[in-house]
Write a protein of this length. Structure first.
Length: 285
């Protein structure tokens, strides 16, 4: 599932391709992804609009749209779900399999491909309104993290993945940030001392920023039609020079040596998700 860094890299890729374009039509091939509106309601709402910007909060993207002769903008919100892809192609090219929705842009079109149909396209902003502070925004301060962790009995990893408190963190980068901060994923969130909270805050920012910077340097296969090499969710574009898979600190490395102390990395089940950690570096307080 794409997490904040992947969605931010996608936003940066789409913005120069979309801003200034006018939506000529909207086509829905998988009605399940359009909710709560009907496909016709959504088409009526966006057809003829111009795209003023591409925004992101957490794992959500949106297009800032404006109707003809209007300066007021509104959001078309898109969530990729577990397997969604969003990319621009020539309007004459054949649509790929599992295409869920298409925005016509004249000679180009924006394609939302969603094999598992868990994504969402909507004019409602309810999902955005329910999100906590974005983990890469200027508003994500140590105090915001401290407050999010203070009033719960949940384990720190579980709390960090709750999008209502901090938006954008998922299983991969929470495992990575906790290891970097030397915090046990099983530690009670409310028991973390301020020093650990500060270390965790810095680790979250560093982990996400590093991954965004990596993604922006790569030529990626946003459409996902080629054979995946497992790189950065999207995989490498055919023009990308040979690239090794990104090297995580602990995620997906069960049984391998911890990069900090050399102990074996362990995988455990936590809230039905795989948690990877070093039992030596990440001991509970």
């Amino acid at each position: 599932m794409p997490e904040l860094p992947e969605v931010e890299v996608l936003r940066c890729n789409l913005e120069p391709l979309l801003v200034g374009k006018r939506i000529s039509d909207f086509q829905v091939l998988k009605p399940r992804v359009v909710r709560p509106e009907s496909p016709q309601q959504l088409e009526n709402g966006v057809a003829g609009c111009s795209i003023k910007g591409v925004g992101r909060k957490g794992k959500f993207l949106w297009l800032d749209l404006a109707k003809v002769r209007s300066r007021k903008t509104f959001h078309l919100t898109i969530h990729l779900g577990m397997t969604g892809r969003l990319f621009v192609q020539d309007s004459g090219d054949p649509l790929p399999g599992h295409t869920a929705a298409v925005l016509g842009l004249g000679w180009k079109r924006l394609v939302f491909r969603d094999p598992r149909s868990f994504g969402r396209v909507t004019l409602e902003t309810d999902s955005l309104d329910q999100l906590g502070v974005d983990a890469l925004s200027d508003e994500f301060l140590v105090e915001r993290l401290r407050d999010a962790l203070a009033s719960t009995r949940q384990a720190v990893k579980v709390r960090l993945m709750d999008q209502r408190h901090i938006a954008g963190l998922g299983n991969i980068y929470v495992c990575e940030a906790l290891h970097l901060a030397r915090v046990s994923p099983f530690e009670a969130a409310s028991k973390l001392p301020l020093g650990k909270v500060k270390a965790l805050h810095q680790a979250i920012r560093n982990t996400l920023q590093k991954q965004v910077e990596l993604g922006l340097k790569l030529k990626l296969d946003f459409a996902g039609e080629g054979k995946s090499d497992g790189l950065f969710y999207f995989g490498s574009a055919s023009t990308q020079t040979p690239q090794s898979r990104e090297r995580f600190r602990v995620y997906g490395r069960e049984g391998e040596a911890c990069p900090t102390c050399g102990s074996k990395i362990v995988r455990a089940e936590q809230s039905k998700r795989g948690t990877f950690f070093c039992p030596q570096c990440q001991q509970r307080e």
